[in-house]
Design a protein around this ligand. Sequence first.
Ligand code: NDP
Length: 294
Amino acid sequence: MQHMSDVSVIGLGQMGVALTRALLEHGYRVTVWNRTRLKAESLVQAEAVLAESAASAVDASPVVIMCVVDYETADSILETKEVIAALTGRVLVQLSTGSPQQARESEAWARARNVDYLDGAIAATPVQIGKPNSTIFVSGAQTAFQRSESLLRSLAGNVVYLGEQIGTASAVDLAFLSYLFGSMLGFFHGARLLEAEGLHVASLGPMIADTAPAIGGMMKNSADAIARDAYERPESSLKICAEGVELLLRQAQEARINNEFPNLASHLFGKAVAAGYGDEKAAALIKVLRADAH
Ligand code: NDP
């Protein structure tokens, strides 16, 4: 079957525009659709085709990339008679950020309508799209990956196919985001600490960048310990880390600055010490998280 375009992109927010640009730069014929048509203007100048409706965008290409704010929005666009009819037999690549459960529900929806479904998560900002060191995680049917792989590789140098279990890409992405946001909170608290001590904050950025490889090594060791469930012979024990956290709390109290971040950390490390894990590796804190279910 002859298609008008190679790929259609639905959703032209910051990310959808960046994805479309990368596809155009790689010579793909791209059809786009967005609720606010104005956002397609610069892309149309770059030879993208603006579809009249989401259904005609879907109809234009064998592969449809969805990148809107969330799954609820994606569902509201997909759940019309015309879009469903056009999607049959096509590949739908969901690149909006969602949870593993949302990925499972979307796959079931797609399967029931004979749509080849791939769920992806973009671990990059819009300016990083199309660059060699950017990452996109995908999981889902092998057929869907094979049919969209070359397109996806034009969006990120590092496209990681995580297998057919549909929730994997989202779970890996959320695990990464958990690490990212946790470090952001620590970083912002550290910046506030320096401010309160009358010191320059600007130097904190380069200092963190310089130590990033060493921190990465620590995370690798922690992941290994958790996977083996083995926390003996620590180089720096959980107790030593807990004492460092208590110092953060003490400084916050002495300097009268916001103490919510050290309080949270102190609460979790304190529980781990109280549970008797003080002489183990810091990664033993996972046992506290495993014990707490809400
Ligand atoms: P934007 O806020 O820039 O764009 C949101 C998109 O969703 C627009 O296309 C918007 O359409 C559409 N949208 C929102 N509400 C509705 C609605 N009710 N009906 C129809 N369309 C709607 O977000 P981004 O482009 O940055 O993000 C898109 C996805 O990419 C998100 O899931 C995000 O998590 C993910 N992502 C973004 C990253 C980033 O750094 N920006 C990084 C990694 C992932 P309209 O233009 O009409 O408002």
